[in-house]
Design a protein around this ligand. Structure first.
Ligand code: ARG
Length: 443
């Protein structure tokens, strides 16, 4: 029996088609559904729609359900449409009439909106936490290997001297900008849609400021029509931030696959972290980074997938929106796994010394020779020509060239400045505030 069912039986095929994978995905939001209800009922009591005794009874029952969810004992039964209906059904079974009052001034449309925002907040917290760990690992590697030189490439052709310090540090700084975008996504997720009901509000005098505070939201979505329009938009913005982060990981994974290749041979990993071939006995393949690359490339498709699913939906609720969970939920899990795996692999990375001793990299320093002449007063374009000609006629002696290893950009990693930028962006997430509100709600 559906909570909306009157006296017609629903066709079984229609039921199966409309539910799809939704029950399974809804389970991931179950705890947040209960939290949303706890805030809603406290507010209903404050405006006289529940008595104090009814509120106490509902709160007790909701907290029991919350504990069952935490213990992994909560299920969405096959006869029940979704998590929202399951919680309401359990309440009605357990406390009768008081349970039937909980849905006043609410719709599953704003319920799912608030569940998603609470769930996204916790997923963002996890992604940010994993990013911070990876960041620290990269900075540590950058500092440890600051003086170890690497060839730098443009057009994938040997270009100018670089270093492991710069390479690791570059990805650390990339994560800072990814966190700037994630902070924007966090701000969008941290606005309360509850009280928008089916998307047009309610004639009850709902106190939306109260539920905003109870759930630890920073602000609210004021316009009830916009609150509903936030479904899809919120997901897309979050996916855009995830996509930026995934792009950093994918790019680094590609560099790793290149640098581990024998023709480069700059880095390696312990054998047990590589994989083998079923036919070629010598193979030590970087499958982990290939899969990080592919998973993260897949995540970069997510904003587009979401955009296509919501494009041209008119304002108001549509069942289309349900399917967004199928794309976004597994992507959040996957990105967290990629972040953790990248950190784990980097903890075990081995970096080669003396790479530039190989003659083939000698021309890396051609610009340094030009710069030396420029410092002596030769106009740069003139100096460039002199060195260029000496390379062409074979008089350039690369092996005698200066090793400008610790000057200029290579000697100036700015890791302290990069860390300060990261600390600043991370401090703006205010996770503690949300935890305190939730703890109070559950107390
Ligand atoms: N499973 C639905 C979703 O994710 C819940 C909202 C249902 N609302 C409705 N009007 N049918 O969108």
């Amino acid at each position: 029996m559906k909570i909306w069912q009157k006296n017609i039986d629903v066709n079984k095929d229609i039921e199966a088609f409309t539910v799809g994978k939704d029950r399974e995905l809804d389970l991931q939001m179950a705890a947040y559904d209960v939290l949303g209800s706890l805030a809603h009922v406290e507010m209903l009591e404050s405006i006289g729609l529940l008595t104090a005794a009814e509120l106490a009874e509902i709160q007790k029952a909701l907290k029991n359900i919350y504990a069952e969810i935490e213990a992994g004992k909560f299920v969405i039964e096959d006869t029940v449409e979704d998590v929202h209906s399951q919680v309401e059904w359990l309440l009605t079974q357990r406390i009768g009439d008081a349970g039937k009052k909980i849905h006043s001034g609410r719709s599953r449309n704003d319920q799912v909106l608030v569940d998603l925002k609470l769930y996204f907040r916790s997923c963002i917290e996890e992604m940010v936490g994993n990013t911070a760990v990876l960041f620290a690992q990269l900075i540590e590697l950058s500092n440890t290997h600051a003086a170890k030189l690497l060839p730098g490439y443009t057009h994938l052709q040997i270009a100018m001297p670089s270093s492991f310090g710069l390479w690791f540090g570059a990805y650390a700084e990339s994560l800072v900008d990814d966190m700037e975008l994630m902070l924007a996504a966090w701000k969008v997720c941290n606005k309360n849609p509850l009280g928008s009901a089916a998307g047009y509000g309610s004639s009850f005098p709902l106190n939306r400021t109260m539920t905003t505070e109870l759930l630890g939201f920073e602000r609210l979505n004021y316009n009830v029509v916009y609150a509903q329009m936030g479904r899809g938009k919120t997901e897309r913005i979050l996916a855009q931030a995830m996509s930026a982060l995934a792009a950093s990981l994918a790019k680094m994974a590609m560099d790793v696959c290149l640098f581990i290749n024998q023709n480069f041979g700059f880095i390696s990993f312990p054998d047990e972290l590589t994989t083998g071939s079923s036919i070629m006995p010598h193979k030590k393949n970087p499958d982990v980074f290939e899969l990080i690359r592919s998973r993260c490339n897949k995540i970069q498709a997510l904003p587009n997938e979401i955009a296509m699913m919501i494009t041209n939906l008119p304002s108001g609720y549509h069942r289309d929106l349900q399917l967004l969970k199928e794309n976004l939920f597994p992507a959040m899990v996957s990105l967290n796994e990629c972040l953790q795996m990248t950190t784990y692999m980097l903890q075990n990375i081995r970096v080669k010394d003396g790479i530039l001793d190989d003659k083939k990299y000698a021309y890396l320093f051609s610009v340094e020779v030009v710069n030396e002449l420029a410092l002596k007063g030769v106009p740069f374009r003139e100096a460039y020509k002199i060195v260029g000609e000496s390379i062409e006629n074979g008089s350039f002696k690369p092996e005698t060239q200066i090793n400008h290893t610790h000057e200029g950009s290579i000697g100036n990693l700015c890791n302290a400045e990069i860390t300060a930028m990261m600390d600043e962006v991370l401090s703006q997430f205010k996770f503690e505030q949300t935890h305190q509100a939730i703890e109070k709600l559950l107390a």
